[in-house]
Design a protein around this ligand. Structure first.
Ligand code: ARG
Length: 480
């Protein structure tokens, strides 16, 4: 979005008198110091709000016309002029000026150049305080919609792989130690659920943020007979915010979104970490495509999972942005303080970063090749079917589980002493520990996974059902 904007930056604010700002310079006799202008200006980043700012201004203008607050002819001129400003920005012809501080004053100053004095009526019954709060809510709402679609794409890639590998047996880990065999499909579907909740958190935040601050004016509301319900509806908000002080001074919607983004980033980071581990020569479970691998400048054999590592690392940025805005907000008295201008960059940057991470993860998962033999071989390592012995003793011999656990421990000890796996022990070996064991006890990882059919369990049949169900739950709107 930024690159369409040409940034030739003259220091003169149009229409201002004697070096003072056009918008608020009436009571000043000297313009701001250069350093004052630099610390004060937000145009370098809030120009990203141009579309929302113009939409908000057009809704406000129509309402001012309809309520008779401004003459209809002036209103029509403002509406047309704002369309021209929008076109100028979108075609890269607009010149953003630091001296005009922010997107609101840049747009209004250009409007005045285009239509002349009627432009001055647009700011009736509003303030930059309710204006920026409105713009930012609208921008954040759009960002949520974009991220939700991207997360849905990631879920689709995960479900496709889960379906293809519903019966690929692999080691399930606790403490990163072999625990029990699971299926790769089941493992991937775990992330589908996490991402589903990430989407839910974004949707919840969206529902709460979708109220309009417009018309709260500077902080106290206004004496003009405005219609806040009309502007709220025009901008797709559910209703106007109830309290004018709250409307201009809280940024909890931004914090809530940053929290949701942080949790999502942490989920992606964990998956990224697994890809880093699984692609290592020692594991060799999966292979990233050439499109998502990088080489080493010195070691010709290397295929590095840089994208996964960067998804893992960039989580730090997203969580950092949440912290940054929490710190900005924590000591602010009501209502608006300029501190709040620092709310936008954390959200912009967190959204951009997460969008990139989701895209990279979707690409990596979609292209992933799975080494099913390697997974199967690893699935039985580390005595991972030991629980199956204990369960068999309970089921077939009626042993209390604690006793069965103890007997199984002795079996594992025997295998360990021999340096073999559990499946390599003969029936006689097993009977030397517990004479009642029969040939019915079979110890293969695939059988172990296939037996875990409880609701939410790892058996391939469960995974196939869960994939179909996840498609309906998470993807159905666009796949039906
Ligand atoms: N650029 C400002 C911001 O982002 C707009 C609001 C300015 N309001 C004010 N009272 N100075 O917060």
């Amino acid at each position: 979005m930024d690159e369409i904007v040409n940034g030739d930056d003259t220091k003169t604010a149009t229409g201002g008198g004697m070096g003072t700002s056009a918008m608020w310079g009436g009571r000043f006799s000297a313009g701001p110091a250069e350093i004052m202008e630099r610390i004060n200006a937000s145009i370098s980043f809030d120009k990203r709000l141009y579309k929302q700012d113009i939409a908000g201004s057009r809704a406000h203008c129509r309402m001012l016309m309809d309520t008779g607050v401004i003459p209809r002819a002036d209103g029509e001129a403002i509406l047309a002029g704002l369309v021209q400003v929008l076109q100028e920005i979108e075609t890269g012809r607009f010149v953003f000026k630091t001296a005009l501080e922010d997107i609101h004053m840049n747009v209004e100053a250009r409007l005045r150049e285009i239509i002349g004095p009627p432009a001055g009526r647009l700011h009736t019954a509003r303030s930059r305080n309710d204006q920026v709060a409105t713009d930012f809510r609208l921008w954040t709402r759009d960002a949520i919609d974009g991220l939700e679609g991207a997360l849905q794409g990631l879920q689709r890639a995960l479900i496709d792989q889960a379906e293809a590998h519903a019966d690929a047996v692999m080691p399930g880990f606790t403490h990163l130690q072999a625990a029990q065999p699971v299926t790769l499909g089941h493992h991937l579907l775990a992330y589908v659920e996490m991402v589903g909740r990430d989407r839910g958190r974004l949707r919840d935040a969206r529902a709460r943020l979708n109220e309009s601050p417009l018309g709260a004016a500077a902080l106290a509301g206004t004496g003009f007979p405005i219609d806040r319900h009309a502007t709220a509806t025009a901008l797709g908000f559910d209703r106007p915010m109830t309290n004018s002080l709250d409307a201009v001074s809280d940024r909890d919607f931004a914090l809530e979104v940053l929290s949701a983004l942080s949790i999502c980033a942490v989920h992606l980071s964990r998956l990224a970490e697994e890809l880093v581990i699984w692609t290592s020569a020692q594991f060799g479970f999966v292979r990233l495509s050439d499109r998502f691998s990088t080489g080493s400048s010195i070691m010709p054999q290397k295929r590095n999972p840089d994208a996964a590592e960067l998804v893992r690392a960039k989580t730090g940025r997203v969580v950092g942005h949440l912290n940054s805005l929490l710190m900005v907000m924590k000591g602010l008295p009501l209502a608006y303080s300029k501190d709040m201008q620092e709310d936008k960059e954390p959200v912009f940057e967190a959204v951009d970063t997460l969008a990139l991470c989701i895209a990279a993860m979707t690409g990596m998962i979609g292209d992933l090749t799975v080494n099913r033999d390697r997974l199967a071989a690893a699935a039985g390592a580390g005595f991972s079917t030991a629980t199956d012995i204990a369960d068999w003793l309970v089921r077939e011999l009626g042993m209390p589980f604690r006793d069965a656990h103890h007997v199984t421990g002795a079996v594992v000890k025997l295998a360990e002493a021999r340096g073999v796996g559990l499946e390599d022990l003969s029936l006689d070996d097993l009977r030397s520990v517990e004479p009642r064991i029969t040939g019915g006890l079979r110890l293969d990882p695939a059988g172990s996974a296939a037996g875990r059919t409880s609701f939410g369990g790892t058996a391939p049949d469960n995974v196939r059902t869960a994939c179909a169900e996840a498609r309906i739950r998470f993807l159905s709107e666009d796949e039906a």
